[in-house]
Design a protein around this ligand. Structure first.
Ligand code: PMP
Length: 357
């Protein structure tokens, strides 16, 4: 090892899902939205004047902050925006989790949390989900340096009700509690209405799932003006211009089209419920999802084998080679046509499996 390497900050990076991009493939592995962004986004893209790219963007991202504040019924000083919710969450870890005491998040959850904790040298503990993969809220009622969990949780898809989240908040008023609502628009219950009552609550959401803009990278946080000020202080001492001109313009359009948002999230919820029934008919169990994906298992199939078999057919789902969940697959909800292709393959797989036994 070279001498300089002793001073390198070494980290184990987060492993994102595969991003192959073949025209006919069925991509159900990274919880993207199968529908295009709102029509206003496409129009704004066509009308975009590149001359503005000469100038630095507004560091406060006010155009986007303003529409989000209206949308969430909060004041402008209560909104923070970033390059996807990953950026917002990373900033929040750095800003708010600065105690000697461990932060708490579930043992099975978004696998970026331990990566940020390690990177920023934040001690952490991971209370286990119960047998049915539910968050045990009593586990979060002990001394800690902060709390974070996704609601709905990923990859389990299960959600806590707002009153259960409030219970956790009530027991954690001396630390910052971050609720990662990446998937809340698919039937979860948001705790946005609680930000005015709990000045230590930060709610984080994203445009990547329900607004079909994973490729644009927009996430945001809502909290008390004080929380948001602290978050901005860290951001401005890191990189002032996180949101580029085009992102700001298209992001605004995505928020303004409420009808399109309702239509596409509604379609995904309907496809998800139909998928649960179809998959049950094929012998799969799935958890009661409030997200745009299902977490499924089959009593007879090895999840990894099925994952590989699907991949050969150019159908991508997500498999996690991790304790407790290695018999499960996470399947993003696609269009009805994409889901039909999945069921078609699973029917053939079942027939083959039966023959082999
Ligand atoms: N939180 C959770 C729970 C997620 O699953 C994801 C998606 N990988 C994110 C946050 C980050 O999404 P994005 O950065 O695209 O907003």
């Amino acid at each position: 090892m070279s001498a300089w390497e002793e001073n390198v900050r070494r980290v184990t990076p987060y492993t994102p899902g595969d991003q192959p991009n073949r025209p006919k493939m069925i991509k159900l592995n990274t919880n993207e939205n199968p529908y295009p962004p709102a029509p206003g986004v496409e129009k704004a893209l066509r009308d975009f004047d590149p001359d503005c790219l000469r100038l630095y963007p507004d560091p406060g991202a006010s155009a986007l902050v303003n529409v989000l504040a209206d949308y969430c019924h909060v004041k402008r000083e209560q909104v923070f925006v970033g390059v996807g919710s990953d950026d917002v969450l990373a900033m929040a870890f750095m800003t708010f989790f600065n105690s000697e005491k461990p932060i708490l998040f579930p043992d099975i959850t978004y696998s970026f949390y331990p990566v940020w904790a390690e990177e920023f040298r934040i001690p952490y503990e991971t209370p286990p989900l119960d047998e049915g993969f539910h968050i045990v809220k009593e586990d979060y009622c002990r001394d800690n340096g902060g709390v974070i969990f996704p609601n709905p949780n990923a990859p389990t898809s299960l959600a806590l009700g707002a009153s259960e989240v409030e219970d956790i908040l009530r027991h954690n008023q001396d630390v910052v509690v971050i609720v990662d609502e990446a998937y809340v628009d698919f039937g979860g219950e948001s705790v946005l209405p609680l930000v005015d009552r709990y000045d230590n609550l930060l709610v984080v959401q994203t445009f990547s799932k329900s607004r079909s803009m994973a490729g644009m990278r927009i996430g945001f946080a809502v909290g008390s003006p004080r929380l948001i000020r602290y978050l901005n202080d860290v951001k401005y001492s890191f990189n002032s211009y996180t949101m580029n001109q085009l992102t700001l313009r298209l992001g605004v359009e995505a928020v303004l089209d409420e009808a399109y948002f309702q239509e596409t999230t509604g379609k995904i919820i309907r496809t998800r419920e139909a998928a649960r029934r179809r998959l049950a008919g094929l012998g799969f169990q799935s958890l009661d999802s409030r997200a745009n994906f299902l977490f499924i298992t089959h009593p007879e199939y090895e999840a990894k084998e099925l994952y590989e078999a699907l991949k050969k057919e150019d159908i991508y789902v997500r498999y996690f080679d991790a304790p407790r969940i290695s018999r499960y697959l996470r399947v993003t909800i696609g269009t009805d046509e994409q889901m039909e292709a999945l069921y078609g393959f699973l029917e053939r797989y079942e027939a083959l499996h039966r023959k082999e036994r």
